[in-house]
Design a binder for this molecule. Structure first.
Ligand code: ZN
Length: 233
């Protein structure tokens, strides 16, 4: 079930308050329109009635697609340094819904779902593109590690992420460094898709693969940035 609620939120540009519809959860099988809106970048994008400027509400939602076997907790980008604690948080939400304490039907469903946690709309969109193109997301993250080793990693900052954004006509992967704030990027990198198969077949990647996929945060950043410890409340 997709759960949407209404909240009064100010426009970040002019401060005008208005009621906005915000998603807590998206069930893609019943609402393929919401999946399409996440893919085309329009989901939770709002045009302010007062100043006419466009902004996007940060995601805090669970996304589930029982057809494709996907369950993704998506959180705002500024939470990314705390990925370690959100990995366990995501697993406990997942286990409450589909684990040992859940009704048998939900447990059966849970066996077909792959839990993930990601940060920002661009992170969620990338996971959906992996489904769309039948790309194993762990292999994609290994490819990013390879790119970071072999190209200038000058764009590696705390406020941007290297993301798969499309495929071109030749079938190459189109990737870009996307800003957390604007979701935009300038430097486009085109990578032959055959590199994915090379990585998948190369045992030299096994150790990194195991580390990347040892929890629901399957992201190259995991091996690049050590997690910050959460501040106790
Ligand atoms: Zn405004």
């Amino acid at each position: 079930m997709s759960l949407l609620h209404t909240e009064t939120l100010p426009c970040p540009f002019c401060g005008a308050e208005a009621e906005r519809e915000i998603a807590n959860s998206v069930a893609a099988v019943r609402r393929p329109d919401l999946r399409a809106a996440i893919l085309d970048g329009s989901f939770q994008k709002i045009v302010c009635d007062s100043c006419g400027k466009t902004f996007r509400i940060n995601p805090t939602l669970t996304y589930m697609d029982t057809g494709r076997g996907t369950w993704i907790l998506t959180l705002p980008c500024d939470k990314r340094p705390l990925w370690d604690s959100f990995e366990s948080g995501a697993l406990s939400i997942f286990n409450d819904s589909f684990g040992a304490n859940a009704p048998p039907a939900a447990r059966g469903l849970g066996k077909r779902l792959r839990p993930r946690v990601t940060f920002g709309w661009t992170g969620l969109r990338e996971k959906l593109l992996c489904e769309e193109y039948a790309i194993d997301d762990t292999t994609l993250e290994l490819l990013k590690l390879l790119l970071l080793r072999t190209t200038e990693a000058g764009n590696l900052t705390e406020n941007a992420a290297l993301r798969l954004i499309a495929r071109n006509e030749a079938g190459d992967l189109v990737m870009a460094w996307l800003s957390d704030a604007t979701e935009g990027g300038t430097e486009i990198i085109e990578v032959p898709a055959s590199l994915l198969a090379d990585i998948a077949g190369d045992k030299a990647w096994d150790a990194a693969r195991a580390e990347l996929s040892n929890g629901p945060f399957v992201d190259a950043g995991k091996l690049l940035v050590s997690p910050e410890l959460p501040i106790p409340a």
